[in-house]
Design a protein around this ligand. Structure first.
Ligand SMILES: [Mg+2]
Length: 123
């Protein structure tokens, strides 16, 4: 697989560092956002191939960001993996309705993250 650009949007620095460290070995270019507003801005400005999108973030939550992305023609098909702390059916249902490509429940293992990322990028 050729290298892709991945946007990591999470307000938790430890998660951003864990995700970055886990994905760096795959050779992808990584871009980081620390809240929902920055996630939306960078998803539009940086044109990533994939966004790892935390659900609970300041300013805009992950569902709001996903909703905006799906409404804009230039980001409507952007691949999105939601990150959340709870495997709640309501969150999964809402993510699926808004059109996320996959779902990762924290805490996840680096290997699991890499698998899901590569699977979504090759879809
Ligand atoms: Mg969060």
């Amino acid at each position: 697989m050729t290298n892709r650009k991945i946007l990591i949007a999470d307000d938790n620095q430890q998660i951003r560092m864990l995700v970055s460290a886990s994905l760096r070995s795959l050779g992808h270019e990584l871009v980081v956002a620390v809240d929902g507003e920055e996630a939306l801005e960078k998803a539009i400005a940086e044109r990533p191939d994939l966004v790892l999108l935390d659900v609970t973030m300041p300013k805009l939550d992950g569902f709001e960001v996903l909703g905006f992305l799906r409404k804009r023609p230039e980001t409507a098909d952007l691949k999105v993996i939601m990150l959340t702390t709870a495997a709640q059916q309501t969150d999964k249902k809402r993510g699926a309705e808004l059109g996320c490509d996959d779902y990762l429940v924290k805490p996840f293992e680096p290997g699991e993250l890499r698998e899901v990322v590569q699977a979504v990028l090759t879809q």
